[in-house]
Design a protein around this ligand. Structure first.
Ligand SMILES: [Zn+2]
Ligand SMILES: [Zn+2]
Length: 240
C-alpha cells in the first residue's frame, strides 16, 4: 500500500478536510482534520503514524502549519512529530516529549487482534509499533487562542478521557473540534489516565456549550442538540 492511498479524505467544505485510516482497527481509527486558513493551516490530530501524513495533505510549500494534538493517545499522535509547530495541553506536555505507553496506551494497539487490515507504507507491524516523540513547541492552556488569519479557535480544557484532553472552538461560527472528550460512538472513561470525576465536570460543561457543528475525534459530525444529548446521557449514566 502506498502513502497516498493509506489515508481516506473527505472534503467537508472548501476549507475543511477530514482524514482517516480505513485499514486501522475501528478502536484506533481516529479522525484527523485539515483546516485551510488565510495565514496558516491547522492540522488537528495525527493518526497512528503508519504513513507520512504531511505529504498526504494538500498544503502549499512554505505555508505555516499549526499542528494541534487534542490529547496524547496512540490513535491521535502517530504523525505529530512530522510537524514543526506542535501545540498541546500542558497536562500532557511531558507525555508528548516521551510518548510512554502509560500515557499513549500504545500497548493496547500492539496487542490488538486484527489491528491492521493492510500492510502500511512504513511496513511496520503492530508488534513492532512505536511512536516518535514530539515535544510541544507551544504549550496550551484553557482559553488560549489559536489564530489562522480568518478563523480563531479557543482552547477548552476538557479532561476526563485523558488529563490533557482539549477541544477547539471557533466562537464566531460555532465550529467545534472536540477530540475524544465527546464524539458519536462509545465514549471511553475506563482506561489508565481516565477520570470519571473530571469527565462529569467536562460533560456538564459540554451539556450547555453553544456550538453549531461538532467534529469529534472519532465518528461522524453532529450538531448542538446531539452534543447536549450525549453529554446529558453520560451524566445520567453515572448517577446512582
Ligand atoms: Zn483518546
Ligand atoms: Zn481516540
Amino acid at each position: 500500500m502506498n502513502n497516498e492511498n493509506w489515508f481516506s479524505k473527505e472534503a467537508i467544505s472548501d476549507r475543511l478536510t477530514r482524514i482517516c485510516e480505513p485499514h486501522v482497527h475501528s478502536f484506533f481509527r481516529a479522525n484527523m482534520f485539515h483546516v485551510v486558513g488565510k495565514d496558516a493551516d491547522l492540522v488537528i490530530d495525527f493518526g497512528m503514524g503508519l504513513a507520512d501524513l504531511g505529504s498526504a495533505l494538500d498544503i502549499p510549500s512554505g505555508k505555516p502549519v499549526l499542528a494541534v494534538a487534542t490529547h496524547v493517545h496512540v490513535d491521535h499522535v502517530g504523525s505529530f512529530h512530522e510537524f514543526e509547530i506542535r501545540l498541546g495541553h500542558e497536562a500532557e506536555a511531558e507525555a508528548f516529549a516521551l510518548m510512554p505507553d502509560a500515557d499513549t496506551l500504545a500497548d493496547y494497539f500492539r496487542t490488538q487482534p486484527d489491528a491492521l487490515t493492510a500492510v502500511p507504507p512504513t511496513g511496520l507491524t503492530p508488534e513492532a509499533y512505536t511512536i516518535s516523540t514530539a515535544p510541544l513547541t507551544t504549550i496550551l492552556a484553557e482559553n488560549d487562542v489559536i489564530d489562522i488569519g480568518d478563523a480563531c479557535y479557543t482552547v477548552l480544557h476538557l479532561p476526563g478521557h485523558s488529563p490533557g484532553s482539549i477541544g477547539l472552538l471557533d466562537q464566531r461560527t460555532g465550529e467545534f473540534f472536540s477530540g475524544d472528550a465527546i464524539y458519536e460512538g462509545g465514549l471511553v472513561d475506563d482506561l489508565p489516565g481516565c477520570s470519571i470525576e473530571a469527565y462529569k465536570v467536562t460533560m456538564t460543561r459540554l451539556s450547555e456549550l453553544d456550538v453549531d457543528i461538532v467534529h469529534g475525534g472519532h465518528g461522524v459530525m453532529f450538531g448542538k442538540d446531539r452534543l447536549h444529548e450525549i453529554a446529558v446521557r453520560y451524566l445520567a449514566s453515572k448517577e446512582g
